[in-house]
Design a protein around this ligand. Structure first.
Ligand code: NAD
Length: 277
């Protein structure tokens, strides 16, 4: 790669990116960064009500940001979103699977033992994280396969390497997302094209809507014992900021990682490297 190509590595002009869950804390930050670098970004989210910081930041960027109502668990909804994106932008280059999360009813607590976790809550979390990654990869991934080119980036988690206490379904589902990332990377490269790459990021701990109830006290805002334990086990001694993900995401979506496929990159302040002693 000559120096001129290297200088343009993070220029996403002319690329179209779909981000499921792009109206969330982490997906939203990624959406703004990519549009800032020239990409047309289609946010595909169940919630199309963009508020607060994201609303302010998604305007006047080099690329366009638009939002489509989409349920990653419904094929028809994904197909409609795909058609709308193709009509608006003409093509698709990158899929980011960022829809996902846990819920309190699938989380053990002094009031809810593992033995009593309701099946519908477990199903919800398993499905949202795993099927919610597989189904969009089928619908949007087919476009990449047809043009022999493209990138898929999944969002796994620290739970995938070693399960965290209290959240069995979320841990199992994210382990499955990491496994599926490897499977799809191999499948698409062997059956379709070496120009299609599939990787994942595994964020450590970021304070967002899905985990705030576990990490901070609702009334005081103080760290819970679990929140403190996480900080104590993170060598950098802090939660991540969404912007901490951006460098690794850009690398995995750019030609800088052109020979990288099937990996899961931890972005965790050293959490996964620390034995606790
Ligand atoms: P978030 O709750 O802020 O965002 C999730 C987004 O997904 C929301 O906008 C929500 O509306 C959307 N969504 C939920 N169900 C959907 C569905 N069926 N169809 C379409 N969209 C749907 O959470 P976040 O922290 O930004 O999470 C983004 C991803 O990062 C998730 O996969 C999450 O599991 C993962 N993750 C988060 C952390 C963390 O510390 N926050 C750590 C590791 C991994």
């Amino acid at each position: 790669m000559d120096i001129k190509q290297i200088q343009k590595i993070y220029d996403f002009s002319g690329k179209t990116v779909v981000i499921t869950g792009g109206n969330g804390v982490l997906g939203g930050d990624i959406a703004v960064a990519l549009a800032g670098l020239g990409a047309n970004v289609a946010i595909a989210d169940l919630n199309t009500d963009v508020t607060g910081d994201l609303q302010k930041r998604m305007h006047n960027l080099a690329g366009d940001v638009s939002i489509f109502k989409c349920n990653v668990l419904e094929r028809e909804s994904l197909e409609q979103t795909r058609d709308a994106i193709l009509e608006k932008y003409g093509s698709l280059d990158i899929l980011i699977n960022a829809a996902g999360g846990n819920k309190p009813q699938a989380t053990t607590s002094p009031d809810l033992s593992f033995f009593d976790l309701p099946k519908d809550a477990l199903d919800f979390v398993l499905s949202l994280n795993l099927q919610g990654t597989i189904l969009p990869s089928q619908i949007f991934g087919k476009i990449l396969a047809e043009k022999d080119n493209g990138i898929i980036l999944n969002v796994s988690s620290m739970n995938a390497f070693r399960p965290l206490t209290r959240i069995p379904a979320y841990s199992a589902a994210k382990a499955a997302v990491s496994n599926f990332t490897q499977w799809l990377a191999v499948h698409l490269a062997q059956e379709y094209s070496a120009n299609i790459r599939v990787n994942a990021i595994a964020p450590g701990f970021f304070l967002t809507n899905q985990n705030r109830f576990l990490l901070t006290d609702e009334k005081t805002g103080e760290l819970t014992a679990r929140g403190q334990s996480i900080i104590d086990h993170t060598p950098m001694g802090k939660f991540g900021d969404p912007e901490d993900l951006i460098g690794a995401v850009l690398w995995l979506l750019s030609p800088a990682s052109s020979f990288v496929s099937g990996i899961v990159v931890p972005i965790d302040g050293g959490f996964s490297a620390f034995s606790g002693v």
